[in-house]
Design a protein around this ligand. Structure first.
Ligand code: PMP
Length: 417
């Protein structure tokens, strides 16, 4: 085993690297993955990873669903299935999306191995090296990694506390077009954005849809958090207004459990065939076992109540984090105030480098994700993402207190306070 591990180190490493395809050079572990190892040590309060909190998921209920599936329908559940995804689940997914105003046909849905796979398939279909993908500033680290692997030129569009600014989008499109580069799509997380936690209001959704339709730019609407609103219902999905120009991505990772790895893409009809072929060449078909587990759960269990209990759990944690940020973070730090989802985005004075600060935070037994992880261009060095989804409220308070102390000391050392 130790031979295995050490085999490719040093000189041999380089030789192996020469044998890789060019795209493998672009595959790099995300900053978050590297952090997980440290952040998962029990003494560290991890405000880093966005792991769904499964403590509110009744495992007995899940066991019942899975047991029934295997006993009553094991032959199908453990068999290969359709490349597009199980027809019954695709119908049920339409009911889930109806909660956000979407009227869809099951034929236009492709079930994927988490929405992360949908991001990969869409990138594979659309991106030639050098093509532009527009994204929010900041944006989801997992999507940025995928776009980078397909050699996209990622262009960030400015946001404020209400998400992407339509005027900034117009300006970005004009400036990219001047260079002659092709814009392949706009990638957007309108609900409780990862990493900023902000919500795109209905008026901006309409304006952005209009801009993209006029400019013939597809919108990839990534919506894993839409049903996790705490304070009021989220506006309708963008796909509810436009079925021609929006590729909608959904996921059960946050509303049921990520271990099933079941997500989906709802695509304009003209794209479906290509996406199914791309999916088949990658995985043949999504897992019948996990799809039918989700399907059984949706059919037999009170899934809407379950989502409500997740919201309750996350709201308590959001409140704990906001309260302790108020209490423990020094003046000069600002942060977003999410109405749902998992994340808060903190902005510090520009002199503070949150990557360089990380070892001090770890020494104080708290972890976060430095802001640069959420930019393709190295920006974001004075910001950080804090996730409140996983720790207990007490641990959140403890972690925010420790982090506030680390930031305060750093600011004092730099005479910023
Ligand atoms: N999009 C966003 C915005 C996310 O936050 C995540 C998970 N953190 C994903 C996509 C991928 O989720 P999954 O593959 O589990 O559906």
């Amino acid at each position: 085993m130790s031979n295995e591990v050490t085999r490719f180190r040093t000189g041999e490493d380089q030789q192996l690297a020469q044998r890789f395809a060019h795209r493998a050079e672009l595959m790099q572990a995300s900053e978050i993955r590297a952090l997980f190892a440290v952040a998962s040590r029990p003494e560290i309060v991890s405000l880093a990873g966005g792991m769904p909190n499964l403590s509110a998921l009744p495992m007995e209920m899940m066991a019942e669903v899975v047991e029934k599936l295997i006993k009553e329908n094991g032959q199908e559940a453990l068999q290969y299935g359709s490349g597009q995804g199980h027809p019954k689940l695709r119908e049920q997914i339409c009911d889930v999306m109806a909660l956000e105003g979407i009227r869809a046909h099951p034929d236009d849905i492709i079930v994927t191995t988490g929405s992360q796979q949908a991001l990969d398939l869409i990138s594979r279909i659309f991106i030639n090296p050098g093509d532009v993908v527009l994204v929010e500033a900041p944006s989801y680290v997992g999507a940025l990694g995928t776009f980078k692997q397909y050699e996209a030129n990622v262009v960030h569009v400015q946001m404020d506390d209400n998400g992407m600014i339509p005027e900034a989008l117009r300006a970005a499109i004009a400036s990219v077009r001047k260079t002659g580069q092709e814009i392949k799509f706009l990638y957007l997380i309108p609900n409780y954005q990862n990493p900023a936690g902000v919500l795109l209001p209905a008026e901006r959704r309409t304006e952005i849809l209009e801009i993209c339709a006029a400019e013939k730019i597809f919108i990839v609407e990534d919506n894993p958090y839409g049903l996790l609103g705490f304070d009021k219902p989220s506006p309708n999905a963008m796909r509810a207004q436009d079925s021609e120009n929006v590729i909608y991505l959904g996921s059960f990772s946050k509303t049921i459990a990520p271990g099933f790895r079941v997500g989906w893409a709802l695509v304009p009809q003209a794209l479906k065939e290509k996406l199914v072929i791309a999916a088949e060449s990658s995985i043949l078909c999504p897992s019948n076992f996990t799809q039918l587990s989700i399907s059984g759960y949706l059919a037999d269990q009170p899934w809407r109540d379950q989502i409500a209990s997740f919201c309750k759990l996350y709201k308590i944690r959001r409140d704990a984090m906001l309260e302790s940020l108020d209490e423990y973070f020094p003046e000069g730090a600002t942060w977003t105030k999410p109405h749902g989802g998992f994340y808060i985005w903190v902005t510090l004075p520009p002199e503070i480098d949150t990557t360089a600060l990380m070892p001090k935070a770890i020494a104080a037994k708290v972890a976060y994700v430095p802001g640069t992880a959420f930019y393709a261009d190295g920006f974001g060095s004075w910001s950080m993402r804090l996730a409140y989804c996983y720790p207990t409220p007490e641990r959140i308070r403890e972690g925010v207190k420790a982090l506030g102390g680390v930031i305060r000391t750093e600011m004092e050392n730099r005479s910023l306070i």
